[in-house]
Design a binder for this molecule. Structure first.
Ligand code: SF4
Length: 241
């Protein structure tokens, strides 16, 4: 079965089962091939709690762009301490970051969309390729209501660019449901959420949102109509399966 067919099969076969049942199925059928990437936001912390709390055999990784908030590193540490598990960090290629800084300086992303995408490509997309290599299932914390780009996403999607099946367990969750879970299970969370930050990325490119603004408004807030994506989830947001 090719990736598209397997994805359709999983959406059908696992429909109606709990997240725990789905993770159980995936880890049994794709041993050592299931990976979860976290950026330590609310949604990712819920998934981390489910994975570590049930001791599922899922690899957990994070992309350390080198520009993260101190608060994010703190929740990284508190999460490892809470569950007694390791979350593997992947860094961007040093020579490319050095070249970028030398040629364009440390804030090139404010100057043009092209520059911003270049920085995201070096610091996020390239390391992600290393993270996903050799895996067959990629678990994400995406929710359909996070942005218009994501509204059509399915629970299982074939990511053509990365040639991997994405599993979005929180696809239908609301932000309130996510927050309730975190509170109820006393899950460590990024304190920036208490200061109006909802979607948290790199420090220079993320701000708190104001009342009435949408979920992604605080990311690359100076851009208009750019889609507010960093390239990690491009294929899923453009062509949902
Ligand atoms: S979010 Fe900003 S700092 Fe982070 S990789 Fe993208 S452009 Fe660079």
């Amino acid at each position: 079965m090719n990736g598209q067919k397997t994805t359709a099969f999983l959406n059908d076969e696992l429909n109606g089962r709990s997240i725990e049942e789905k993770l159980n199925y995936l880890t049994q059928n794709y041993p050592d091939k299931v990976i979860f990437t976290t950026s330590f936001g609310y949604e990712d912390q819920v998934i981390t709690d489910i994975i570590f709390g049930n001791d599922f055999s899922v690899k957990v990784a994070t992309l350390d762009t080198g520009r993260m908030f101190e608060e994010t590193y703190k929740v990284y540490r508190s999460t490892q301490e809470r569950y007694g598990k390791t979350i593997k960090a992947y860094f961007p290629p040093a020579e490319k970051v050095e070249k970028l800084l030398q040629e364009k300086g440390p804030f090139s992303f404010y100057e043009s969309l092209e520059n911003r995408k270049e920085c995201c490509f070096i610091r996020k997309v390239i390391p992600l390729k290393r993270v996903l290599k050799g895996n067959e299932i990629w678990i994400t914390g995406l929710r359909a209501s996070q942005s218009d780009n994501r509204s059509e996403m399915k629970e299982f999607e074939w990511d053509e660019g990365n040639e991997i099946i994405k599993y979005n367990p929180l696809r239908n969750w609301s932000l309130e449901e996510v927050k309730d879970y975190v509170k109820k299970h006393n899950v460590p969370y990024n304190v920036l959420h208490d200061k109006g930050f909802v979607s948290i990325g790199c420090e220079p490119c993320t701000r708190a949102i104001r009342p009435g603004e949408n979920f992604r408004a605080g990311r690359w807030w100076w851009e208009q109509n750019s889609g507010k994506e960093c390239g990690l989830h491009e294929s899923a947001t453009k062509n949902s399966n």
